[in-house]
Design a protein around this ligand. Structure first.
Ligand SMILES: [Zn+2]
Length: 74
């Protein structure tokens, strides 16, 4: 289960996500918010959201996305 959060503040838990490329960004198709934006997945370890933009963390997120994409393609 992965928690997705929208910029508008809404959250959604998705057990399964279909990763699609929208506007040059990999997003979960099921994570489309009612406001029209795609929600971002958050690390579940309880990391402070302020640290979200740290280079090391976004690198980790990129890798997660790649892993997810590869799993999806396989
Ligand atoms: Zn929203």
């Amino acid at each position: 289960m992965t928690r997705y959060k929208c910029e508008c503040g809404k959250e959604k838990d998705l057990a399964k996500a279909t990763i699609v490329l929208i506007d040059g960004k990999w997003v979960a198709k099921e994570a489309l918010c009612e406001c029209g934006l795609y929600m971002d997945s958050k690390p579940t370890e309880g990391m402070p959201s302020l640290k979200r933009t740290e280079p090391s963390l976004s690198k980790k997120n990129d890798r997660l996305w790649k892993d997810t994409k590869e799993k999806f393609l396989n």
